[in-house]
Ligand binder design. Structure first.
Ligand code: MG
Length: 415
């Protein structure tokens, strides 16, 4: 049996007020999820992701089962978001790893299978070398992969926060899968972008090399992310391979069998060359090539920080515009003192913008049939006033006999 030891830490960070990250640390299944969406929707999405993946994987603890579990979580979040206005648009990343038995040429072997959707990452520390296992599904990282941006440009590109894949956005999702042979001494790290945006790969590697206890290492990584700004929630799960069934003794042979992946597992020389390219402009010459140098250069930090500030201002302005637009362009039919009323805005308001009554009616809620009454109580939203007016005209009541069918659920959604 492969023996594992784990450690984990999560923190709200220094800017956010709630932690929308989730983590899962089981015996053979591990995950981090970074939720997004208004109000508490991000927390709902990330929680649903780890819950559904855990339950579905337990039913089918295979590599295919882990992929299916991730797709199932995607569907659940998508359906939940579609059924509840307050959760509309929610989504989450998911990076999960599971120890599973797989059938190979030489019988059954245990492998670590990693699956990924979004920009939370898995890293592997092997023989003191850190490599990224997963690819980020963000606009800037896709541009790096297609050769249109360098990694240095991507690190400060605003589009690194724009995700191209996330759980809950569509009925189906493509899930990346990576298989690893676990060797004694391997250290797998799962982390949300709250770590990777604040702490460089070199700093992460230094911590993983220096601190043996996985719990302590996880807490140190979180501490560094907060010291670096802590602008987002931070979640770290570390899985150490303590025993590998003697597999390390066959390491040379096993490594030879592993498919070559030069982009994901750079050699030490490639990695050092890349670090030199990255830092030639900003790092003092005397430190170039010194592997112990882990402090991020100050100037690069300042540039990153001011670009980050600019991005925040632009995003806030954009956000305010979106909220105003959404507020102006949504209507809902809801309750007002026991009667049916037409409101402009969103049920419950949107970021402090309260909905306002644009038409009161004398239709008593008590006169509506049960289904319509429940729907009006929770607010039925429309993207135009005429659709909402139409809905009110056709509301089925219990006191009048009507041959018209109850109004259908709105098919169009507000922007
Ligand atoms: Mg995040």
């Amino acid at each position: 049996m492969t023996a594992l030891r784990t450690g984990a830490a999560t923190d709200v960070g220094r800017v956010r007020t709630n932690n929308e990250d989730q983590m899962l640390v089981g015996d053979t299944l591990f995950a981090v999820a970074d939720g997004m969406g208004g109000h508490a929707a991000g927390e709902v999405a990330s929680q649903a992701a780890v819950d559904v993946v855990e339950a579905a994987f337990n039913e089918d603890p295979t590599p295919e089962g882990l992929i299916a579990a991730t797709q199932r979580a995607n569907r659940e979040i998508f359906d939940q978001a579609g059924a509840d206005n307050a959760l509309r648009g929610m989504g989450t990343t998911l990076t999960a790893a599971a120890l599973v038995a797989t059938e190979g040429d030489d019988g059954t072997a245990e492998r670590l299978v990693v699956v990924n959707v979004g920009d939370s990452r898995a890293y592997l520390m092997r023989n003191g070398e850190l490599s990224r296992v997963t690819d980020d599904h963000s606009v800037s990282e896709e541009l790096v992969r297609s050769g249109q941006l360098t990694e240095a440009q991507a690190a400060v590109d605003n589009r690194r926060h724009v995700l191209t894949r996330v759980l809950g956005m569509d009925t189906d999702v493509t899930v990346d899968r990576f298989d690893l042979d676990p060797f004694r001494g391997d250290r797998l790290l799962l982390a949300t972008d709250g770590l990777c945006n604040e702490v460089s790969d070199a700093e992460i590697a230094s911590v993983l090399r220096r601190i043996e206890d996985p719990g302590e290492a996880a807490r140190e990584l979180v501490r560094l992310a907060k010291a670096g700004g802590g602008s987002d929630n931070i979640t770290v799960v570390i899985v150490d391979v303590l025993d590998d069934d003697g597999r390390v003794e066959e390491a040379t042979e096993a490594l030879a069998r592993e498919p070559a992946r030069p982009q994901r597992l750079p050699t030490a020389a490639q990695r050092d060359a890349r670090l030199r390219d990255l830092d030639a402009e900003t790092r003092p010459a005397s430190t170039i090539g010194n592997p112990e140098f882990v402090e991020a250069p100050r100037r690069r930090r300042l540039v990153r920080f001011s670009l980050f500030g600019l991005a925040v201002v632009l995003l806030l302005a954009l956000g305010a515009g979106v909220v105003l637009f959404a507020q102006r362009n949504s209507y809902y039919v809801g309750e007002r003192a026991g009667t049916v009323a037409l409101y402009q805005g969103r049920p419950g308001g949107l970021l402090g913008f309260e909905p306002k009554v644009v038409r009161a009616t004398d239709i008593e809620l008590a006169d509506l049939d049960g289904v319509a009454r429940d729907r009006v109580k929770s607010g039925v939203t429309f993207s135009s006033r005429s659709q909402a007016e139409d809905y009110i005209e056709r509301l089925p009541t219990t006191t009048t006999t009507s041959t018209t069918a109850p109004p259908p659920a709105p098919t169009s959604t507000p922007p």
